[in-house]
Design a protein around this ligand. Structure first.
Ligand SMILES: *[C@@H]1O[C@H](CO)[C@@H](O)[C@H](O)[C@H]1NC(C)=O
Ligand SMILES: *[C@@H]1O[C@H](CO)[C@@H](O)[C@H](O)[C@H]1NC(C)=O
Ligand SMILES: *[C@@H]1O[C@H](CO)[C@@H](O)[C@H](O)[C@H]1NC(C)=O
Ligand SMILES: *[C@@H]1O[C@H](CO)[C@@H](O)[C@H](O)[C@H]1NC(C)=O
Length: 555
Protein backbone atom coordinates (compact mmCIF):
# COMPACT_ATOMS: atom_id res chain seq x y z
CA UNK A 1 0.00 0.00 0.00
CA UNK A 2 1.33 3.40 -0.91
CA UNK A 3 2.38 6.02 1.59
CA UNK A 4 -0.53 8.37 0.90
CA UNK A 5 -3.08 5.59 1.25
CA UNK A 6 -1.44 4.71 4.54
CA UNK A 7 -1.97 8.30 5.71
CA UNK A 8 -5.57 8.04 4.65
CA UNK A 9 -5.96 4.99 6.88
CA UNK A 10 -4.72 6.96 9.85
CA UNK A 11 -6.79 10.06 9.33
CA UNK A 12 -9.81 9.26 7.21
CA UNK A 13 -11.33 5.99 8.37
CA UNK A 14 -14.44 6.37 6.20
CA UNK A 15 -12.49 6.84 2.99
CA UNK A 16 -11.00 3.41 3.54
CA UNK A 17 -14.42 1.83 3.37
CA UNK A 18 -14.95 3.53 0.06
CA UNK A 19 -11.54 2.45 -1.23
CA UNK A 20 -12.39 -1.16 -0.63
CA UNK A 21 -15.68 -0.84 -2.47
CA UNK A 22 -14.82 1.49 -5.37
CA UNK A 23 -11.19 0.48 -6.09
CA UNK A 24 -9.17 3.66 -6.19
CA UNK A 25 -6.25 3.38 -8.56
CA UNK A 26 -3.23 3.77 -6.32
CA UNK A 27 -1.41 6.93 -7.32
CA UNK A 28 2.05 6.47 -8.73
CA UNK A 29 4.53 7.82 -6.17
CA UNK A 30 7.23 8.33 -8.76
CA UNK A 31 7.24 11.31 -11.06
CA UNK A 32 8.64 14.76 -10.64
CA UNK A 33 7.61 17.85 -8.76
CA UNK A 34 7.15 18.41 -5.03
CA UNK A 35 4.21 19.15 -2.78
CA UNK A 36 4.30 21.48 0.19
CA UNK A 37 1.57 22.06 2.78
CA UNK A 38 1.28 25.84 3.17
CA UNK A 39 -1.63 26.20 5.56
CA UNK A 40 -3.47 23.56 7.57
CA UNK A 41 -6.62 25.62 7.76
CA UNK A 42 -7.51 28.80 5.94
CA UNK A 43 -11.07 28.53 7.26
CA UNK A 44 -12.84 28.79 3.89
CA UNK A 45 -12.99 26.78 0.66
CA UNK A 46 -10.75 27.90 -2.18
CA UNK A 47 -13.55 27.89 -4.76
CA UNK A 48 -12.38 30.96 -6.66
CA UNK A 49 -8.81 32.35 -6.80
CA UNK A 50 -7.09 35.28 -8.44
CA UNK A 51 -3.45 36.37 -8.10
CA UNK A 52 -3.02 40.15 -8.05
CA UNK A 53 0.07 42.23 -8.80
CA UNK A 54 0.93 42.67 -5.10
CA UNK A 55 1.57 38.90 -4.91
CA UNK A 56 -1.60 38.32 -2.95
CA UNK A 57 -4.27 35.87 -3.94
CA UNK A 58 -7.92 36.73 -3.38
CA UNK A 59 -9.80 33.58 -2.43
CA UNK A 60 -13.53 33.18 -1.84
CA UNK A 61 -16.21 30.50 -1.66
CA UNK A 62 -19.93 31.33 -1.12
CA UNK A 63 -21.93 33.01 1.62
CA UNK A 64 -24.50 30.22 1.97
CA UNK A 65 -22.39 27.17 2.88
CA UNK A 66 -23.13 27.92 6.57
CA UNK A 67 -20.62 29.22 9.12
CA UNK A 68 -17.05 29.02 7.89
CA UNK A 69 -14.04 28.35 10.11
CA UNK A 70 -12.69 31.90 9.81
CA UNK A 71 -14.10 34.76 11.92
CA UNK A 72 -14.62 38.25 10.58
CA UNK A 73 -12.42 40.72 12.47
CA UNK A 74 -13.60 43.39 14.93
CA UNK A 75 -16.85 41.64 15.76
CA UNK A 76 -18.29 42.38 12.34
CA UNK A 77 -21.20 40.30 11.12
CA UNK A 78 -23.24 40.07 7.98
CA UNK A 79 -26.91 40.42 8.82
CA UNK A 80 -28.88 39.60 5.72
CA UNK A 81 -32.55 38.60 5.86
CA UNK A 82 -32.32 37.38 2.26
CA UNK A 83 -29.65 34.86 3.14
CA UNK A 84 -30.83 31.27 2.88
CA UNK A 85 -28.68 29.48 5.45
CA UNK A 86 -27.59 31.84 8.24
CA UNK A 87 -29.08 35.31 8.46
CA UNK A 88 -26.52 36.57 10.98
CA UNK A 89 -23.07 35.39 9.98
CA UNK A 90 -19.93 36.57 11.76
CA UNK A 91 -17.63 34.35 9.69
CA UNK A 92 -15.72 35.23 6.53
CA UNK A 93 -16.22 33.67 3.10
CA UNK A 94 -13.36 35.44 1.42
CA UNK A 95 -9.74 36.14 2.26
CA UNK A 96 -6.52 37.56 0.95
CA UNK A 97 -3.56 35.19 0.97
CA UNK A 98 -0.09 36.78 0.97
CA UNK A 99 2.20 34.47 -1.02
CA UNK A 100 5.44 35.97 0.26
CA UNK A 101 4.67 35.77 4.00
CA UNK A 102 2.38 32.70 3.70
CA UNK A 103 -0.28 34.43 5.79
CA UNK A 104 -3.86 35.48 5.21
CA UNK A 105 -6.49 37.93 6.41
CA UNK A 106 -10.27 37.62 6.18
CA UNK A 107 -12.21 39.81 3.75
CA UNK A 108 -15.84 40.83 4.12
CA UNK A 109 -18.11 39.97 1.23
CA UNK A 110 -21.74 41.11 1.61
CA UNK A 111 -23.58 39.27 -1.15
CA UNK A 112 -23.45 35.72 -2.43
CA UNK A 113 -20.43 35.07 -4.65
CA UNK A 114 -21.22 31.39 -5.26
CA UNK A 115 -20.16 30.07 -8.68
CA UNK A 116 -19.32 33.53 -9.92
CA UNK A 117 -16.66 34.81 -12.29
CA UNK A 118 -14.20 37.64 -12.70
CA UNK A 119 -11.38 39.41 -14.49
CA UNK A 120 -8.65 41.82 -13.48
CA UNK A 121 -9.02 45.33 -14.93
CA UNK A 122 -6.12 46.95 -16.83
CA UNK A 123 -5.18 48.90 -13.67
CA UNK A 124 -4.99 45.72 -11.60
CA UNK A 125 -8.28 45.64 -9.69
CA UNK A 126 -10.20 42.40 -9.38
CA UNK A 127 -13.61 42.92 -10.96
CA UNK A 128 -15.76 40.05 -9.82
CA UNK A 129 -19.25 39.55 -11.17
CA UNK A 130 -22.44 37.75 -10.27
CA UNK A 131 -23.12 34.80 -8.05
CA UNK A 132 -26.35 33.54 -6.58
CA UNK A 133 -29.49 34.88 -4.89
CA UNK A 134 -28.85 38.44 -3.62
CA UNK A 135 -25.49 38.52 -5.40
CA UNK A 136 -26.45 37.40 -8.88
CA UNK A 137 -26.33 40.88 -10.42
CA UNK A 138 -23.66 42.36 -8.16
CA UNK A 139 -20.29 43.66 -9.34
CA UNK A 140 -17.61 43.56 -6.64
CA UNK A 141 -14.33 45.37 -6.88
CA UNK A 142 -11.22 44.50 -4.94
CA UNK A 143 -8.48 47.09 -5.09
CA UNK A 144 -5.17 45.43 -4.22
CA UNK A 145 -3.77 46.98 -1.07
CA UNK A 146 -2.87 45.45 2.26
CA UNK A 147 -5.89 46.91 4.06
CA UNK A 148 -8.45 47.02 1.21
CA UNK A 149 -11.69 45.10 1.23
CA UNK A 150 -14.48 44.34 -1.23
CA UNK A 151 -16.62 47.16 -2.58
CA UNK A 152 -19.97 45.96 -3.85
CA UNK A 153 -22.36 47.40 -6.38
CA UNK A 154 -25.74 45.69 -6.41
CA UNK A 155 -27.85 45.50 -9.57
CA UNK A 156 -24.90 46.43 -11.76
CA UNK A 157 -25.28 43.59 -14.22
CA UNK A 158 -28.01 43.52 -16.84
CA UNK A 159 -28.73 39.84 -16.18
CA UNK A 160 -28.18 37.27 -13.45
CA UNK A 161 -24.74 35.71 -13.86
CA UNK A 162 -24.25 32.35 -12.23
CA UNK A 163 -21.66 29.96 -13.84
CA UNK A 164 -20.65 32.61 -16.40
CA UNK A 165 -17.27 33.18 -18.02
CA UNK A 166 -15.52 36.55 -18.22
CA UNK A 167 -12.79 37.66 -20.59
CA UNK A 168 -10.77 40.84 -20.92
CA UNK A 169 -11.11 42.73 -24.18
CA UNK A 170 -8.51 44.81 -26.05
CA UNK A 171 -10.32 48.05 -25.14
CA UNK A 172 -10.01 47.35 -21.41
CA UNK A 173 -13.61 46.29 -20.83
CA UNK A 174 -14.56 42.73 -20.00
CA UNK A 175 -17.23 40.56 -21.55
CA UNK A 176 -19.41 38.34 -19.35
CA UNK A 177 -20.80 35.36 -21.20
CA UNK A 178 -23.69 33.06 -20.35
CA UNK A 179 -24.43 31.58 -16.99
CA UNK A 180 -27.28 29.40 -15.86
CA UNK A 181 -30.41 30.10 -17.96
CA UNK A 182 -28.66 33.07 -19.57
CA UNK A 183 -28.18 32.60 -23.29
CA UNK A 184 -26.61 36.00 -23.76
CA UNK A 185 -23.66 38.22 -22.88
CA UNK A 186 -22.97 41.72 -21.60
CA UNK A 187 -20.02 44.03 -21.01
CA UNK A 188 -18.48 45.65 -17.97
CA UNK A 189 -18.09 48.55 -17.65
CA UNK A 190 -20.96 49.56 -19.89
CA UNK A 191 -21.04 52.38 -22.34
CA UNK A 192 -23.70 54.82 -21.12
CA UNK A 193 -26.11 54.34 -24.03
CA UNK A 194 -26.15 50.56 -23.88
CA UNK A 195 -26.08 50.22 -20.11
CA UNK A 196 -29.03 47.88 -19.83
CA UNK A 197 -28.19 45.71 -22.79
CA UNK A 198 -27.64 42.05 -22.99
CA UNK A 199 -26.95 40.53 -26.39
CA UNK A 200 -28.31 37.14 -27.33
CA UNK A 201 -26.05 34.17 -27.96
CA UNK A 202 -28.08 31.31 -29.51
CA UNK A 203 -24.98 29.07 -29.43
CA UNK A 204 -25.61 28.68 -25.69
CA UNK A 205 -29.16 27.48 -26.40
CA UNK A 206 -27.88 25.01 -28.99
CA UNK A 207 -25.32 23.57 -26.57
CA UNK A 208 -27.69 23.32 -23.59
CA UNK A 209 -28.38 19.61 -22.89
CA UNK A 210 -31.83 19.04 -21.39
CA UNK A 211 -31.50 18.21 -17.71
CA UNK A 212 -27.70 18.43 -17.71
CA UNK A 213 -26.78 21.76 -19.33
CA UNK A 214 -23.12 20.88 -20.10
CA UNK A 215 -22.62 24.42 -21.41
CA UNK A 216 -21.91 26.35 -18.21
CA UNK A 217 -18.63 28.17 -17.58
CA UNK A 218 -17.92 28.10 -21.33
CA UNK A 219 -14.23 28.12 -22.33
CA UNK A 220 -13.57 31.56 -23.84
CA UNK A 221 -10.36 32.85 -25.44
CA UNK A 222 -9.59 36.03 -27.32
CA UNK A 223 -8.33 34.89 -30.72
CA UNK A 224 -5.51 36.73 -32.46
CA UNK A 225 -7.98 38.11 -35.03
CA UNK A 226 -9.93 39.92 -32.29
CA UNK A 227 -12.86 37.50 -32.28
CA UNK A 228 -13.72 35.29 -29.33
CA UNK A 229 -13.31 31.53 -29.45
CA UNK A 230 -16.24 30.22 -27.38
CA UNK A 231 -16.45 26.52 -26.52
CA UNK A 232 -19.44 24.93 -24.79
CA UNK A 233 -20.50 21.30 -24.44
CA UNK A 234 -18.65 19.59 -27.33
CA UNK A 235 -18.07 22.35 -29.87
CA UNK A 236 -17.00 25.90 -30.50
CA UNK A 237 -17.67 29.02 -32.49
CA UNK A 238 -15.58 32.00 -33.45
CA UNK A 239 -17.62 35.00 -32.44
CA UNK A 240 -17.55 38.68 -33.29
CA UNK A 241 -18.92 40.23 -30.10
CA UNK A 242 -19.13 43.70 -31.66
CA UNK A 243 -21.50 42.72 -34.45
CA UNK A 244 -23.07 39.76 -32.58
CA UNK A 245 -22.10 37.48 -35.41
CA UNK A 246 -20.84 33.89 -35.61
CA UNK A 247 -17.78 34.13 -37.86
CA UNK A 248 -16.98 30.43 -37.93
CA UNK A 249 -18.38 27.18 -36.59
CA UNK A 250 -15.79 24.63 -35.55
CA UNK A 251 -16.41 20.89 -35.87
CA UNK A 252 -17.72 18.86 -32.94
CA UNK A 253 -14.91 17.20 -30.94
CA UNK A 254 -14.60 13.60 -32.22
CA UNK A 255 -16.61 11.29 -29.98
CA UNK A 256 -19.06 14.07 -29.23
CA UNK A 257 -18.86 13.88 -25.44
CA UNK A 258 -19.32 17.10 -23.49
CA UNK A 259 -16.39 18.92 -21.88
CA UNK A 260 -17.97 21.82 -20.02
CA UNK A 261 -19.85 22.06 -16.73
CA UNK A 262 -21.03 19.74 -15.23
CA UNK A 263 -19.11 17.43 -17.60
CA UNK A 264 -16.23 19.62 -16.55
CA UNK A 265 -13.04 19.31 -18.56
CA UNK A 266 -10.64 22.20 -18.89
CA UNK A 267 -9.03 24.24 -21.65
CA UNK A 268 -6.03 26.42 -22.46
CA UNK A 269 -5.00 28.68 -25.25
CA UNK A 270 -1.53 27.27 -25.96
CA UNK A 271 1.40 29.74 -25.86
CA UNK A 272 1.26 32.39 -28.57
CA UNK A 273 4.59 32.79 -30.35
CA UNK A 274 6.04 34.39 -33.50
CA UNK A 275 4.21 37.55 -32.51
CA UNK A 276 6.10 39.60 -35.10
CA UNK A 277 3.93 37.89 -37.74
CA UNK A 278 0.82 39.59 -36.35
CA UNK A 279 -1.86 39.55 -37.73
CA UNK A 280 -0.83 36.11 -39.06
CA UNK A 281 -0.03 34.64 -35.66
CA UNK A 282 -1.25 31.07 -35.16
CA UNK A 283 -3.39 30.22 -32.15
CA UNK A 284 -4.13 26.77 -30.82
CA UNK A 285 -6.56 25.64 -28.13
CA UNK A 286 -6.38 22.41 -26.16
CA UNK A 287 -9.28 20.92 -24.22
CA UNK A 288 -8.70 17.98 -21.88
CA UNK A 289 -10.92 15.59 -19.94
CA UNK A 290 -14.59 15.89 -19.17
CA UNK A 291 -17.35 13.38 -18.55
CA UNK A 292 -19.27 11.24 -21.06
CA UNK A 293 -22.78 12.40 -21.90
CA UNK A 294 -25.22 11.31 -19.18
CA UNK A 295 -22.55 11.08 -16.47
CA UNK A 296 -24.06 13.76 -14.27
CA UNK A 297 -27.56 12.22 -14.32
CA UNK A 298 -26.08 8.79 -13.58
CA UNK A 299 -24.32 10.16 -10.47
CA UNK A 300 -27.74 11.10 -9.12
CA UNK A 301 -28.51 7.36 -9.16
CA UNK A 302 -25.19 6.46 -7.56
CA UNK A 303 -23.43 5.38 -10.75
CA UNK A 304 -20.07 6.96 -11.45
CA UNK A 305 -18.79 6.69 -15.02
CA UNK A 306 -15.10 6.93 -15.91
CA UNK A 307 -14.02 10.44 -16.96
CA UNK A 308 -12.76 11.17 -20.48
CA UNK A 309 -9.06 10.43 -20.97
CA UNK A 310 -8.64 12.43 -24.15
CA UNK A 311 -7.45 15.90 -25.05
CA UNK A 312 -8.42 17.65 -28.25
CA UNK A 313 -6.15 20.25 -29.89
CA UNK A 314 -7.27 22.60 -32.62
CA UNK A 315 -5.55 25.39 -34.54
CA UNK A 316 -8.31 27.95 -34.23
CA UNK A 317 -6.70 30.25 -36.82
CA UNK A 318 -6.65 27.58 -39.57
CA UNK A 319 -9.04 28.13 -42.49
CA UNK A 320 -10.18 24.49 -42.18
CA UNK A 321 -9.45 23.55 -38.60
CA UNK A 322 -9.78 20.05 -37.20
CA UNK A 323 -9.48 18.57 -33.74
CA UNK A 324 -6.50 16.30 -33.13
CA UNK A 325 -7.08 13.83 -30.31
CA UNK A 326 -4.41 12.76 -27.83
CA UNK A 327 -4.68 10.30 -24.97
CA UNK A 328 -3.83 11.26 -21.39
CA UNK A 329 -2.29 8.82 -18.88
CA UNK A 330 -5.78 8.57 -17.34
CA UNK A 331 -9.26 10.02 -17.32
CA UNK A 332 -9.87 13.36 -15.60
CA UNK A 333 -12.90 15.48 -14.76
CA UNK A 334 -12.82 18.77 -12.79
CA UNK A 335 -9.08 19.21 -13.42
CA UNK A 336 -7.40 22.56 -13.95
CA UNK A 337 -5.09 23.30 -16.87
CA UNK A 338 -2.41 25.84 -16.07
CA UNK A 339 0.18 27.38 -18.34
CA UNK A 340 3.61 27.26 -16.73
CA UNK A 341 6.17 30.02 -17.47
CA UNK A 342 8.13 27.69 -19.79
CA UNK A 343 5.08 27.06 -21.97
CA UNK A 344 4.27 23.62 -20.63
CA UNK A 345 0.77 22.83 -19.38
CA UNK A 346 0.02 21.39 -15.95
CA UNK A 347 -3.14 19.33 -15.43
CA UNK A 348 -3.91 19.23 -11.75
CA UNK A 349 -6.81 18.47 -9.33
CA UNK A 350 -10.01 16.60 -10.11
CA UNK A 351 -11.31 13.07 -10.26
CA UNK A 352 -11.32 10.00 -12.47
CA UNK A 353 -15.02 9.19 -12.15
CA UNK A 354 -18.34 11.01 -12.07
CA UNK A 355 -18.86 14.67 -12.84
CA UNK A 356 -19.00 18.11 -11.28
CA UNK A 357 -21.93 18.75 -8.92
CA UNK A 358 -22.85 17.89 -5.34
CA UNK A 359 -21.50 14.48 -4.32
CA UNK A 360 -20.97 13.64 -8.00
CA UNK A 361 -17.23 12.91 -8.18
CA UNK A 362 -15.29 9.77 -7.21
CA UNK A 363 -11.69 8.56 -7.37
CA UNK A 364 -9.59 11.69 -6.91
CA UNK A 365 -6.69 11.98 -9.35
CA UNK A 366 -3.83 12.86 -7.04
CA UNK A 367 -1.09 12.93 -9.70
CA UNK A 368 -0.82 16.04 -11.86
CA UNK A 369 0.07 15.48 -15.51
CA UNK A 370 2.64 17.68 -17.19
CA UNK A 371 2.04 18.24 -20.90
CA UNK A 372 4.79 19.44 -23.22
CA UNK A 373 3.02 20.87 -26.28
CA UNK A 374 6.09 20.74 -28.55
CA UNK A 375 7.26 17.18 -27.89
CA UNK A 376 6.29 14.54 -30.41
CA UNK A 377 2.88 12.92 -29.96
CA UNK A 378 3.16 10.02 -27.55
CA UNK A 379 5.89 11.66 -25.41
CA UNK A 380 4.03 14.74 -24.33
CA UNK A 381 2.56 13.64 -21.00
CA UNK A 382 4.59 13.11 -17.82
CA UNK A 383 3.09 11.86 -14.59
CA UNK A 384 3.92 14.10 -11.62
CA UNK A 385 4.19 13.25 -7.91
CA UNK A 386 0.85 12.87 -6.17
CA UNK A 387 -0.57 15.09 -3.48
CA UNK A 388 -2.08 13.40 -0.43
CA UNK A 389 -5.17 15.61 -0.62
CA UNK A 390 -8.15 14.95 -2.90
CA UNK A 391 -9.15 18.10 -4.75
CA UNK A 392 -12.67 17.45 -5.94
CA UNK A 393 -15.55 19.78 -6.86
CA UNK A 394 -14.82 23.42 -5.93
CA UNK A 395 -11.05 23.18 -5.92
CA UNK A 396 -8.66 25.61 -7.56
CA UNK A 397 -5.06 26.13 -8.70
CA UNK A 398 -3.12 29.25 -9.69
CA UNK A 399 0.47 29.92 -10.72
CA UNK A 400 2.32 32.37 -8.48
CA UNK A 401 5.29 34.59 -9.27
CA UNK A 402 7.98 32.21 -8.00
CA UNK A 403 6.79 29.46 -10.37
CA UNK A 404 4.92 27.38 -7.78
CA UNK A 405 1.28 26.44 -8.21
CA UNK A 406 -1.02 27.25 -5.31
CA UNK A 407 -3.69 24.57 -4.80
CA UNK A 408 -6.76 24.95 -2.61
CA UNK A 409 -10.38 24.13 -2.07
CA UNK A 410 -12.59 21.10 -2.59
CA UNK A 411 -16.07 20.83 -1.17
CA UNK A 412 -18.51 18.59 -2.97
CA UNK A 413 -21.16 19.10 -0.28
CA UNK A 414 -24.07 21.49 -0.30
CA UNK A 415 -22.82 22.96 2.98
CA UNK A 416 -19.56 22.97 4.94
CA UNK A 417 -18.75 19.47 6.19
CA UNK A 418 -15.56 19.82 8.18
CA UNK A 419 -15.68 16.42 9.87
CA UNK A 420 -14.17 13.25 8.52
CA UNK A 421 -17.43 11.32 8.67
CA UNK A 422 -18.22 12.11 5.04
CA UNK A 423 -16.56 11.23 1.77
CA UNK A 424 -14.24 14.11 0.78
CA UNK A 425 -14.72 16.46 3.78
CA UNK A 426 -14.66 20.20 3.15
CA UNK A 427 -10.99 20.86 2.43
CA UNK A 428 -9.43 23.87 4.18
CA UNK A 429 -5.77 23.08 3.51
CA UNK A 430 -3.70 25.13 1.12
CA UNK A 431 -0.81 23.47 -0.71
CA UNK A 432 1.78 24.37 -3.29
CA UNK A 433 2.97 22.16 -6.13
CA UNK A 434 6.51 22.90 -7.26
CA UNK A 435 7.17 21.71 -10.79
CA UNK A 436 10.57 20.05 -11.26
CA UNK A 437 12.01 23.28 -12.70
CA UNK A 438 12.20 24.53 -9.09
CA UNK A 439 14.59 21.76 -7.98
CA UNK A 440 17.71 23.06 -6.23
CA UNK A 441 19.83 21.00 -8.64
CA UNK A 442 18.83 23.43 -11.38
CA UNK A 443 19.92 26.58 -9.52
CA UNK A 444 22.92 27.07 -11.82
CA UNK A 445 20.77 26.89 -14.93
CA UNK A 446 18.00 29.11 -13.51
CA UNK A 447 18.00 32.70 -14.79
CA UNK A 448 17.82 35.53 -12.30
CA UNK A 449 16.11 38.63 -13.64
CA UNK A 450 18.09 41.83 -13.14
CA UNK A 451 16.11 44.18 -15.38
CA UNK A 452 13.20 44.96 -15.33
CA UNK A 453 13.92 45.21 -11.61
CA UNK A 454 11.75 42.86 -9.58
CA UNK A 455 9.90 45.59 -7.66
CA UNK A 456 9.70 48.16 -10.45
CA UNK A 457 6.29 47.17 -11.91
CA UNK A 458 7.56 48.66 -15.18
CA UNK A 459 4.94 50.09 -17.53
CA UNK A 460 5.31 48.80 -21.08
CA UNK A 461 3.76 50.00 -24.30
CA UNK A 462 2.68 47.86 -27.23
CA UNK A 463 5.44 46.98 -29.68
CA UNK A 464 8.03 48.45 -27.33
CA UNK A 465 11.61 47.25 -27.36
CA UNK A 466 12.75 46.21 -23.93
CA UNK A 467 16.20 45.17 -22.78
CA UNK A 468 15.88 42.22 -20.44
CA UNK A 469 18.97 41.61 -18.33
CA UNK A 470 19.50 38.40 -16.40
CA UNK A 471 22.16 36.24 -14.80
CA UNK A 472 22.87 32.54 -15.20
CA UNK A 473 25.65 30.80 -13.27
CA UNK A 474 26.10 27.87 -15.65
CA UNK A 475 27.21 28.26 -19.26
CA UNK A 476 24.36 29.88 -21.15
CA UNK A 477 22.80 27.71 -23.82
CA UNK A 478 21.96 30.57 -26.13
CA UNK A 479 19.44 28.83 -28.33
CA UNK A 480 17.54 27.72 -25.26
CA UNK A 481 16.58 31.15 -23.91
CA UNK A 482 13.11 32.65 -24.19
CA UNK A 483 11.16 35.45 -22.57
CA UNK A 484 7.52 34.82 -21.75
CA UNK A 485 4.68 36.88 -20.37
CA UNK A 486 1.68 35.44 -18.53
CA UNK A 487 -1.64 37.07 -17.64
CA UNK A 488 -2.61 35.64 -14.23
CA UNK A 489 -6.07 34.16 -14.64
CA UNK A 490 -9.25 34.02 -12.56
CA UNK A 491 -9.63 30.37 -11.62
CA UNK A 492 -12.85 28.61 -10.68
CA UNK A 493 -14.62 25.39 -11.65
CA UNK A 494 -11.59 24.08 -13.55
CA UNK A 495 -11.30 27.01 -15.90
CA UNK A 496 -8.75 29.82 -15.80
CA UNK A 497 -10.37 32.87 -17.35
CA UNK A 498 -7.95 35.21 -19.20
CA UNK A 499 -5.07 32.76 -18.97
CA UNK A 500 -2.65 33.72 -21.73
CA UNK A 501 1.06 33.17 -22.36
CA UNK A 502 3.04 35.15 -24.92
CA UNK A 503 6.49 34.15 -26.08
CA UNK A 504 8.12 37.47 -26.86
CA UNK A 505 9.97 38.16 -30.05
CA UNK A 506 13.66 38.60 -29.23
CA UNK A 507 16.90 39.49 -30.91
CA UNK A 508 19.77 37.05 -30.55
CA UNK A 509 22.98 39.00 -30.54
CA UNK A 510 26.18 39.07 -28.54
CA UNK A 511 24.33 39.33 -25.28
CA UNK A 512 27.12 38.92 -22.74
CA UNK A 513 27.34 42.13 -20.73
CA UNK A 514 29.34 40.99 -17.74
CA UNK A 515 30.24 37.94 -15.75
CA UNK A 516 27.30 35.50 -16.02
CA UNK A 517 25.16 38.46 -17.03
CA UNK A 518 23.30 38.66 -20.32
CA UNK A 519 21.00 41.07 -22.04
CA UNK A 520 18.49 40.38 -24.75
CA UNK A 521 16.25 42.77 -26.54
CA UNK A 522 12.64 41.70 -26.68
CA UNK A 523 9.63 43.35 -28.25
CA UNK A 524 6.36 43.51 -26.35
CA UNK A 525 3.22 42.34 -28.21
CA UNK A 526 2.29 44.70 -31.03
CA UNK A 527 -1.43 44.79 -30.33
CA UNK A 528 -3.95 44.68 -27.50
CA UNK A 529 -5.61 41.87 -29.46
CA UNK A 530 -2.57 39.71 -28.77
CA UNK A 531 -2.40 40.82 -25.15
CA UNK A 532 -5.19 42.92 -23.61
CA UNK A 533 -3.95 45.71 -21.33
CA UNK A 534 -3.19 44.24 -17.89
CA UNK A 535 -0.51 43.35 -15.41
CA UNK A 536 1.56 40.42 -16.66
CA UNK A 537 4.30 38.30 -15.15
CA UNK A 538 7.49 38.43 -17.22
CA UNK A 539 9.85 35.42 -17.09
CA UNK A 540 13.21 34.56 -18.62
CA UNK A 541 13.36 30.85 -19.39
CA UNK A 542 16.64 28.97 -19.88
CA UNK A 543 16.62 25.28 -20.76
CA UNK A 544 12.98 25.10 -19.66
CA UNK A 545 13.84 26.57 -16.24
CA UNK A 546 12.11 29.90 -15.58
CA UNK A 547 13.35 32.81 -13.51
CA UNK A 548 11.03 34.23 -10.90
CA UNK A 549 8.41 36.36 -12.60
CA UNK A 550 8.57 40.14 -12.58
CA UNK A 551 5.37 42.19 -12.73
CA UNK A 552 5.04 44.48 -15.72
CA UNK A 553 2.02 46.50 -16.78
CA UNK A 554 1.09 46.56 -20.44
CA UNK A 555 -0.68 49.86 -21.10
C1 LIG B 1 -12.33 26.37 13.52
O1 LIG B 1 -12.21 25.00 13.80
C2 LIG B 1 -11.50 24.71 14.99
C3 LIG B 1 -11.33 23.21 15.10
O2 LIG B 1 -12.57 22.59 14.96
C4 LIG B 1 -12.23 25.32 16.18
O3 LIG B 1 -11.50 25.08 17.35
C5 LIG B 1 -12.40 26.80 15.95
O4 LIG B 1 -13.18 27.35 16.99
C6 LIG B 1 -13.07 27.08 14.63
N1 LIG B 1 -13.10 28.52 14.40
C7 LIG B 1 -14.17 29.13 13.88
C8 LIG B 1 -14.08 30.59 13.71
O5 LIG B 1 -15.16 28.53 13.53
C1 LIG C 1 -26.74 45.06 -1.65
O1 LIG C 1 -27.56 43.96 -1.36
C2 LIG C 1 -27.35 43.41 -0.06
C3 LIG C 1 -28.19 42.17 0.04
O2 LIG C 1 -29.51 42.42 -0.31
C4 LIG C 1 -27.68 44.45 1.00
O3 LIG C 1 -27.41 43.91 2.26
C5 LIG C 1 -26.78 45.65 0.78
O4 LIG C 1 -27.15 46.68 1.66
C6 LIG C 1 -26.94 46.18 -0.64
N1 LIG C 1 -25.96 47.21 -0.86
C7 LIG C 1 -26.27 48.37 -1.40
C8 LIG C 1 -25.16 49.36 -1.54
O5 LIG C 1 -27.41 48.65 -1.74
C1 LIG D 1 -32.22 6.55 -12.32
O1 LIG D 1 -33.04 5.62 -11.65
C2 LIG D 1 -34.41 5.74 -11.98
C3 LIG D 1 -35.20 4.79 -11.09
O2 LIG D 1 -34.60 3.52 -11.09
C4 LIG D 1 -34.60 5.44 -13.46
O3 LIG D 1 -35.97 5.59 -13.82
C5 LIG D 1 -33.76 6.41 -14.25
O4 LIG D 1 -33.83 6.09 -15.63
C6 LIG D 1 -32.33 6.38 -13.82
N1 LIG D 1 -31.60 7.46 -14.48
C7 LIG D 1 -30.46 7.26 -15.08
C8 LIG D 1 -29.85 8.46 -15.72
O5 LIG D 1 -29.88 6.19 -15.12
C1 LIG E 1 30.48 40.18 -26.57
O1 LIG E 1 30.41 41.37 -25.78
C2 LIG E 1 31.33 41.38 -24.68
C3 LIG E 1 31.01 42.61 -23.82
O2 LIG E 1 30.73 43.72 -24.61
C4 LIG E 1 32.75 41.35 -25.19
O3 LIG E 1 33.66 41.34 -24.12
C5 LIG E 1 32.94 40.09 -26.03
O4 LIG E 1 34.21 40.05 -26.61
C6 LIG E 1 31.87 39.99 -27.14
N1 LIG E 1 31.97 38.69 -27.80
C7 LIG E 1 31.90 38.54 -29.09
C8 LIG E 1 31.99 37.13 -29.61
O5 LIG E 1 31.74 39.47 -29.86
Amino acid sequence: MTHSLFLNILFFPLIIIIITTVTLPSPAESGSGQWQLLQKNIGIVGMHMQLLHNDRVVIFDRTDFGLSNLSLPNGRCRINPQEQVVKTDCTAHSLEYDVVSNSFRPLFVQTNVWCSSGSVSPDGKLIQTGGFNDGDRTVRIFNPCSSCDWQEFNASLAARRWYSTNHNLPDGRQIIIGGRRQFNYEFYPKKESTAKNTYSLPFLVQTNDAGAENNLYPFVFLNVDGNLFIFANNRAILFDYNSNNVVKTYPVIPGGDPRSYPSTGSAVLLPLSNLQKYPSVEAEVMICGGAPRGSFQKTLNGTFIGALNTCARIKITDPNPNWVIETMPGGRVMSDMLLLPNGNVLLINGAAMGSAGWESGRNPVLNPFLYKPNERVGSRFQLQKPSGIPRMYHSTAVLVRDGRVLVGGSNPHIDYKFNNNVLFPTELRLEAFSPSYLEAGLDDVRPKMVFPAPQSQTKLKYGQKLKVRFQVKATLVRNSVSVTMIAPPFNTHSFSMNQRLLVLEMKLQNNTVGESTYEIEVTTPGSAILAPPAYYLLFVVHQEVPSQGVWVQLV
